[in-house]
Design a protein around this ligand. Sequence first.
Ligand SMILES: NC(=O)c1ccc[n+]([C@@H]2O[C@H](COP(=O)([O-])OP(=O)(O)OC[C@H]3O[C@@H](n4cnc5c(N)ncnc54)[C@H](OP(=O)(O)O)[C@@H]3O)[C@@H](O)[C@H]2O)c1
Length: 236
Amino acid sequence: MNERTRYAVVTGGTKGIGRAICQKLASEGMHVAVCARNQADLATLESELAELEISVLTRVADVSRKQEVLDFVKEITDRWPRIDLLVNNAGVFIPGAILEEEEGRLEQMIETNLYSAYHLTRALMPALLKSPMAHIFNICSIASQIAYPNGGSYTISKFALLGLTKALRAELLDKNVRVTAVLPGATWSHSWKGVDLPEDRLMKAQDVADVVLATYNLSPSAVVEEIILRPQLGDL
Ligand SMILES: NC(=O)c1ccc[n+]([C@@H]2O[C@H](COP(=O)([O-])OP(=O)(O)OC[C@H]3O[C@@H](n4cnc5c(N)ncnc54)[C@H](OP(=O)(O)O)[C@@H]3O)[C@@H](O)[C@H]2O)c1
């Protein structure tokens, strides 16, 4: 294995932003490990990436379940010598107001959007510390900064994910691991399917992927701590 080869892990890499990030990193020659819950989607992604001369590792895992996160890590670390990029992307958005939403919504979004990143980052840390250029990207949201109506538990989970990102940044500052919070606004993805808006009203998932790669490619002495991306016409 070449010292210049890069190994990336992306959660929720079969659709939307995660998929665009996988495709971008793979097109740069990086090996990618991807998880999602749907096996057929993982198989489709794997066959698309097979054209590139990289190694693709896919695994069905529900990242809201700690054991499935740990099993994903075991498979990666059994096969790969280190990890250079970790993108904690998998997330779920279920609209609802705190006082009206169904019982259990907060737990569901905290488990998927926050605990997933906490457990995966901790478990992968030994592999990240072996990298000459390690970088963690947490895909937060504009909802990590601004509360909006009908975004109750999602907002709570994304504020917390930004908190996790800031804490990691402070802890890893002298350990040669860069940490970046990505806060996208409305971006075309599966979550927006069926919404009747002009195509250019929302950002493209590729825009987020382009920024992730450009940020990774800065020299190791610089880190972009927070990236805020919005549609040109502002929030929806
Ligand atoms: N799109 C936006 O406007 C927007 C704005 C700000 C922030 N974000 C954030 O960006 C991230 C990606 O969003 P997106 O809009 O691209 O989502 P998406 O199109 O709905 O795709 C979500 C991806 O995550 C996977 N996933 C969902 N729950 C999972 C779980 N429990 N375990 C493992 N994989 C899971 C999905 O695959 P399976 O369903 O097969 O598991 C899919 O690959 C999320 O964290 C989201 O909060 C999105």
